[in-house]
Design a protein around this ligand. Structure first.
Ligand SMILES: [Zn+2]
Length: 1010
């Protein structure tokens, strides 16, 4: 899944914006029963059980099933349950029942005696005071009966084999009726089937064993706190036997963007239309149908959907049949799916048209609402090329007969990889040559590549549990850049990957960061895994590994891994084992990579050159420079693949040094050199700091001839020196010395990095009222880039990289009021307005033109009118960005309010609006005030765990740099609740403010040299 909004500055790709309607902050453990009436089951013995077993055992005992529920007990013939020699499943004898009843009575008596013992709990350690952590709590079902399972994770005694799901959605009432028939197999004997179900009105449940073939209606228990139901079987389920459950139910369609959701939209003739779609990852399949909603429970799916005739229904698999029903409705049946996880199931009902093309037996189709299908050509072409690339690269054919990509008119995630039915926001799949810029094309290509890569990484081979989400997302993100670099080289997608690495390292250097592989249990913790670290740090580590091992070895390991684990689920160890198999143990890839995946942060590599020797040291790169706040994990060590290039060195033959797996090491150069640049092309996930002389030598080289170093290395040097200056390791003045060469810079990546770093400083200075210094800074940067700015034309000509550079430079010039720029932009805007918006504007500078135009009363109103009438989402986004850059605070407030209401501007755009508003001085305090005033409504609409809320908080606070603001933000979240205050992204927002304060204290007074 990709959840980023295209606007978010940070993960220009790493998007997460979906709307997990997650539980409001659950405890990690199940030691709390919310309804107050709980039964306490204290330790009942001294079995050598693991924790899960122990909990299960205790629960079972309370229900009087202590020996029945354990497979070992059941396999023992003494219990009276057995599998007959021919494999058929038999029922217990009457004698057995009597024995069971006796044992139950004894077990319950023992429990009661123990329960009544005053103030004492028996454990392995003896008697403990009541209320200590050894207490185990028995949950209660909604009807007051005991619920037989207390864990958040489902038991593994029963596994699903096949689902048959019949759905009849009503798009006007936004409700659906449904039934699901689930074939299951018992791996261990048990009396209950525990599965997920959320928000269903279950009317009937039947149970049938393979032997009796007779449906029996059975009781269900519901435990909404964990979204679980228990089906109480009429007979014991025996290991090795198959059973069938049928559940009939009805439910409301979700009104958020999560689950099976419905919405209305207006078409080009202003008619209201209805649409239904799904977004299940991570935990919402359970709200569409009762199921075993964990990724490891793979099964096959047969889906049938009843719809009105005018609609099209789509699901993961090709349509098998359509039957006209008596009442004029149509039932579509889709072929049985491959074995897959529930979060990948998808279905869509709406009015759509498509473009299609056959690729070696797979029909690739791009669907959109009828009036927009003309914008689907680019996506289709891109998908066809990428599909062929991935099939060749992975040496595994895409296994389905069809691959649909659907642009959904209202969709909060950016895109989702449902097997065979990829879903997208309209603006990320549709391309309109009149309004889509080169950046839009790149974004579309990246997202399609990402979701296609998931068809192998994630769909074919799936993580067992959400703690290893980064394997899915890191690989899909890595493959999106890798594949595009191979097949659309002209896009220079490496520039985007480089920029993404800079941004993710900034985030990973905070103490509020986390290891990409972290244990998770609750829905809130699972939701939090969908952050940019899982995506981009994961991808960055894979790039480092690929560079270190070589492209061939990397590909072999990937192919081996995918072949070995097809249709199965894995842990990250399986991935590393495949690498180790290919390296033939000459390198312990698992040992090396775990230093990166299990630790948060990354190393700072310090280089000191003495003659022909390079002395290397590593420590954690930690953003906080307060003397008292040292990283607690100072002892952490990374296995770092070091590479370097020297003056006269050849990039194609650079030396890759064996791993630095100690705190320090020495590299022997073959000769004395003028300078050395470590971490070639920034393929390694670390920052490098040089001794003073070596920085000087590099700065001199850049001034003399920057092109001796690659553009990636030049951008890398700019990034590293500014990050080090932020830490106080290098004087800020030296960082500015380094970018003094920019007048000779011809490439996009170094210029965008320099503008990013200096823009951040400008923003901070401007917000604390240091206008004079801010202007001096901008004056200095403008002077450096003057030649490049003047060379730009207001066209769409040139390579994608040149076009992006043009977009960045003219945006910079117009933002900082360079008159030539503003005059030209205004002229273009006036002509465009005079043509009633029909005259074509150059797409790459369209946002800049709109921003300048939006500064006049008339221009703003005209843009707003166009926003409402435009049929192109990419154009609407550009207009919205211009509207939110206004200097009129009343308009800014109105925009935020209108987006929060969600009727005219979709609420999914709000986080982008807030970030844009807060970036400029007029809106910077307004945005935070808006967030505070509307907090309850924001949380209610977007949900506390959503990526949108995280972005809203970060976007409205990241430029605060005073203690007063820090206290205010802190107090605001403390007043919400302890749990809210402790959320990782709240802590991250506070940490960013603290770092800004430190930066100001350190640098503000000494900026006179600017
Ligand atoms: Zn993804």
């Amino acid at each position: 899944m990709i959840e980023n909004s295209m606007f978010e500055e940070e993960p220009d790709v790493v998007d997460l914006a979906k709307e997990p309607c997650l539980h409001p902050l659950e405890p990690d453990e199940v030691e709390y029963e919310p309804r107050g009436s709980r039964l306490l089951v204290r330790g009942l013995g001294e079995h050598e059980m693991d924790e899960d077993e122990e909990d299960y055992e205790s629960s079972a005992k309370l229900l009087g099933m202590s020996f029945m529920n354990r497979s070992s007990g059941l396999r023992n013939s003494a219990t009276g349950y057995r599998q007959s020699p021919d494999g058929a499943c038999s029922v217990p004898s009457a004698r057995t029942m009597v024995v069971c009843a006796f044992v139950i009575v004894v077990a319950v008596s023992v429990i009661m005696v123990i329960y009544l013992l005053p103030r004492c709990t028996f454990t392995k350690e003896g008697c403990h005071e009541k209320n200590q952590s050894t207490e185990l709590i028995q949950p209660l079902a909604a009807n007051g009966k005991s619920f037989p399972w207390k864990q958040m994770r489902l038991p593994t005694a029963i596994v699903p084999l096949r689902y048959e799901l019949n759905l009849h959605p009503n798009l006007t009432s936004m409700t659906f009726r449904a039934s699901v028939t689930i074939s299951v197999q018992a791996l261990q004997a048990t009396w209950n089937v525990i599965l997920h179900s959320k928000g269903h009105n279950i009317s009937r449940v039947t149970f049938m064993s393979a032997v009796s073939s007779q449906e029996k209606q059975v009781e269900i228990l519901e435990y909404p706190y964990h979204d679980q139901i228990a089906i109480v079987a009429p007979e014991a389920l025996l290991a090795g036997c198959n059973y069938t459950l049928k559940i009939e139910y009805s439910a409301k369609m979700s009104s958020s963007y999560y689950g099976f959701y419905g919405f209305s939209y207006t078409d080009e003739s202003n008619e209201t239309r209805y649409f239904a779609a799904t977004q299940f990852e991570p935990l919402a399949a359970r709200s569409a149908f009762p199921c075993f909603d964990e990724p490891a429970f793979k099964a096959t799916f047969i889906i049938r959907i009843i719809r009105d005739e005018q609609y099209t229904a789509l699901s993961n698999m090709p349509k098998k049949s359509s039957v006209l029903l008596e009442d004029g409705l149509v039932q579509d049946e889709f072929s049985e799916s491959v074995k897959m996880s529930t979060y990948l199931v998808a279905f869509i009902v709406g009015e759509m048209k498509n473009l299609s093309q056959d690729v070696n037996g797979t029909l690739v189709s791009v669907y959109a609402v009828p009036e927009k299908v003309g914008q689907a050509h680019h996506a289709l072409e891109t998908t066809v090329k990428l599909l062929e690339f991935f099939q060749n690269y992975f040496e595994i054919q895409y296994p389905l007969k069809k691959l649909d990509l659907v642009a959904i008119p209202d969709y909060q995630a950016v895109a989702m990889e449902n097997w065979g039915l990829l879903t997208f926001q309209e603006e990320t799949l549709l391309y309109d040559s009149n309004t889509s810029s080169v950046a839009d094309r790149k974004l579309m290509s990246k997202i399609i590549a990402h979701e296609l890569a998931h068809q192998w990484f994630g769909n074919l081979v799936t993580m067992q549990w959400w703690n290893d989400l980064w394997v899915n997302e890191g690989f899909a993100t890595f493959m999106e850049y890798f594949s595009l670099e191979k097949i659309f080289k002209e896009l220079s997608i490496y520039e985007d990957f480089l920029d993404a690495r800079f941004k993710i390292m900034k985030r990973d250097s905070l103490s509020s960061s986390h290891p990409i592989s972290s244990s998770v249990q609750s829905s809130e913790q699972i939701g939090a895994m969908f952050d940019s670290l899982s995506y981009l740090k994961g991808a960055s580590l894979l790039l480092m590994l690929k560079t270190f091992l070589s492209e061939d070895v990397f590909q072999h390991a990937v192919i081996l891994y995918l072949h070995k684990h097809s249709y199965a689920s894995i842990q990250s160890d399986h991935l590393w084992n495949s690498f180790n198999e290919v390296t033939n143990q000459t390198l312990d890839v698992k040992r090396m990579m775990e230093t990166w995946s299990l630790q948060k942060g990354f190393p700072l590599v310090t280089v000191q050159r003495k003659g022909k020797e390079l002395f290397i040291q590593q420590e954690r790169f930690f953003s906080n420079m307060e003397p008292g706040i040292e990283p607690s994990d100072a002892s952490h060590l990374w296995h770092i693949p070091l590479s370097y290039v020297t003056y006269g060195g050849n990039y194609s033959k650079y030396q890759s040094v064996s791993l630095l797996d100690k705190k320090s090491g020495v590299i022997n150069l073959t000769e004395e050199v003028e300078w050395v640049k470590v971490n070639i092309n920034m393929n390694g996930y670390y920052i490098v700091h040089y001794a003073d002389d070596d920085w000087e030598a590099l700065i001199k080289q850049l001034k003399r001839n920057p092109h001796v170093l690659s553009d990636k290395d030049r951008a890398n040097l700019i990034n590293n020196i500014f990050e080090l200056a932020g830490l106080g390791k290098v004087p800020l003045q030296r960082a500015f010395d380094l970018i003094d060469y920019l007048g000779n810079e011809t490439h996009t990546a170094p210029i965008t990095q320099a503008l990013f770093q200096t823009g951040l400083i400008y923003d901070l200075l401007e917000k604390v009222g240091s206008t004079e210094q801010a202007l001096r800074l901008i004056g200095r940067v403008s002077k450096l880039l003057q030649n490049q700015i003047q060379q730009q034309t207001w066209t769409d000509e040139g390579t994608p990289s040149m076009r992006e550079l043009r977009s960045v430079l003219l945006e910079f010039a117009c933002t900082y009021k360079q008159e030539n720029c503003r005059t030209t932009a205004m002229k273009l805007f006036d002509d465009w307005m005079a043509s009633n918006g029909t005259q074509r504007l150059p797409t790459d500078v369209m946002t800049t033109v709109f921003k300048v135009g939006a500064k006049t009363e008339k221009g703003w109103s005209f843009l707003w009118e166009k926003y409402n009438s435009s049929g192109s989402e990419t154009e609407k986004n550009k207009i919205l960005q211009a509207l939110a850059s206004s200097e009129n605070v009343h308009r800014l407030y109105w925009l935020m309010k209108t987006s929060l209401d969600g009727n005219i501007i979709q609420t999914q755009k709000l986080s982008f609006i807030i970030k844009t508003v807060s970036r400029r001085f007029p809106g910077y305090l307004l945005a935070w005030d808006f967030v505070k005033e509307n907090w309850n409504k924001l949380v209610q609409k977007l949900h506390l765990g959503s990526y949108a809320i995280r972005n809203i908080v970060a976007g409205s606070t990241y430029l605060f740099s005073t203690k007063a603001h820090l206290s205010e933000v802190q107090a605001f979240f403390e007043n919400q609740s302890e749990a809210t205050f402790r959320l990782r992204w709240v802590q991250e927002a506070l940490e960013v403010i603290q770092l800004n304060i430190q930066w100001m204290e350190k640098n503000l007074k000494s900026l006179n040299w600017l």
